[in-house]
Design a protein around this ligand. Structure first.
Ligand code: PLZ
Length: 444
């Protein structure tokens, strides 16, 4: 394992990365951009090593994917053994045990003790597409409702569900039909104030669905229990259980998109667990397989089994190498109590970011859960005007100092923290020191 130490050997990005970025510009579509163009050669624990010998602290986990850490020995061993045995058969042609085992694990670990079934896919967007297919097929209803600030992917259907135009949707339409959007319970910016948010948002959402869609036309409501790309928005207590109850009353399926929030990220197996919410269908991906591409839909057996044989599938879905990585990642989460580790990381982040908020008026709110935390930056606490310029400046400062940070939010003014759960306390604190230094420097 590479030394768990931040090293600045050159400027970031250094000459080798700059040369590679030149080749990238000449070879790769400009539509695929890179947030921090340092070219990685090795990674483990909480460190990424680049082509110039710089070692950066990782606060992003490749967007919440390497939850068990790069260089996780269980994952390395399982993947190596599987590659040696066989790499692909296509589960729809010749099945293998590990696919079934991943589904058994998902059925056991996802919220609720009811009878469940799962199906495996390659990407988060593909899982969302399939959850919608199952919801429409099993209810016989067309409409799907998503939320302001929601993010569900970049395919045609999931672009339609995703809220933000730039960069995800701009000039890529027309989008799929029968998709609707309702306001999100966003306590920090709720017009009636955070205390009234849960009740008022629930009333607004259910009103709009009744008036604009009609409950009987609505197959599903899809929500991220903690929104990811849209700004790490945590709905107020009571909102999700209230929404789940209302959906059940009207035969509308609740789809929890746990692609970013799932698999120990928030300190539970899934973010829904926090309030005991049991969705009808759940999508998972990212943290499930230690960096290998794997995604899943898990749901009520009666819904998942309503689909005719052959109705769900795909060439690579549940690839054996990805399944081996998933079983090893889940074993790590169970045996190393990574949910507990996420809660510890959450305590450190809450404390340190809270102190930053006391010091700087520009930190409007610190929010999140476990190792999925964020701070929203504003011009001042009264206007709450989104401060995207400061967010970009601090982000740049962190990158130059050897800390991989990510931003998000509909207004580009949210700093998010998604460290791998394998990061040491020492690196976590050092990263937060770098953040503070960059913050002070950006405010000049
Ligand atoms: N649902 C909740 O967070 C992926 C997107 C990065 P895919 N989020 C990162 C980018 O800019 O493309 C995501 C998510 C939630 C669905 C998805 C989509 O997952 O694996 O990227 O398709």
């Amino acid at each position: 394992m590479i030394e768990q130490k931040r090293i600045l050997a050159t400027a970031v990005p250094g000459p080798a990365s700059q040369a590679l970025q030149k080749r990238k510009t000449a070879a790769v579509s400009a539509g695929v951009s890179t947030g921090l163009p340092v070219y990685v050669v090795e990674a483990a624990g909480g460190i990424l090593r680049d082509a110039d010998g710089n070692q950066l602290i990782d606060f992003g986990s490749g967007i919440a994917v390497t939850t068990v850490g790069n260089g996780n020995q269980r994952v390395i061993d399982a993947v190596t053994a599987q590659i040696t045995a066989f790499t692909h058969t296509c589960f729809m042609v010749n099945p293998y045990e590990t696919y079934v085992e991943v589904c058994e694990k998902l059925n056991e670990l996802t919220p609720g003790n009811h009878e469940k079934r799962s199906a495996l896919f390659n990407s988060g967007a593909e899982a969302v597409e399939n959850a919608v297919k199952v919801a429409r097929h099993s209810t016989g209803r067309p409409a799907v409702v998503a939320f302001d600030h929601g993010y569900h992917g970049r395919t045609n259907l999931t672009m339609g569900l995703t809220a933000k135009n730039m960069p995800y949707k701009h000039r890529f339409g027309p989008f799929a039909g029968e998709l609707y959007r309702v306001p999100m319970a966003y306590p920090y910016r709720w017009p009636g104030g955070p205390e009234a948010c849960a009740e008022q948002a629930l009333r607004t959402v259910t009103d709009q669905i009744r008036v604009q869609v009609g409950e009987d036309n609505c197959a599903a409501v899809i929500i991220e229990p903690i929104q990811g790309e849209g700004g790490f928005i945590v709905p107020p207590k009571g909102f999700l259980p209230g929404l789940a109850d209302w959906c059940r009353e009207h035969g509308i399926l609740l789809i929890a998109d746990e692609i970013q929030s799932g698999f120990c990220r928030t300190g539970d197996w899934f973010a829904c667990d926090d309030e005991g919410v049991v969705p009808d269908l759940l999508t998972a991906a990212k943290g499930i397989a230690g960096g290998m591409p794997l995604a899943a839909v898990t749901g009520r057996a009666d819904l998942m089994d309503a689909v005719h044989p052959g109705g769900l599938g795909g060439t690579y879905g549940g690839n054996p190498v990805a399944c081996a990585a998933a079983l090893a990642s889940i074993a790590s989460m169970e045996e190393d109590d990574l949910a507990g580790r996420a809660r510890q990381i959450g305590d450190v982040l809450t404390d340190r970011l809270g102190r930053l908020a006391e010091k700087y008026d520009e930190v409007g709110e610190v929010r999140g859960r476990g190792a999925m935390m964020a701070m929203e930056l504003v011009a001042d606490p009264e206007s709450k005007e989104p401060n995207a310029a400061l967010t970009a400046a601090v982000n740049k400062g962190c990158h130059e100092r050897g800390l991989v940070t990510l931003t998000c939010g509909s207004y580009g003014n949210v700093f998010r923290f998604l460290p791998p759960l394998s990061i040491s306390d020492e690196l976590l604190h050092e990263g937060l020191d770098v953040l503070e230094e960059s913050f002070t420097a950006a405010l000049g």
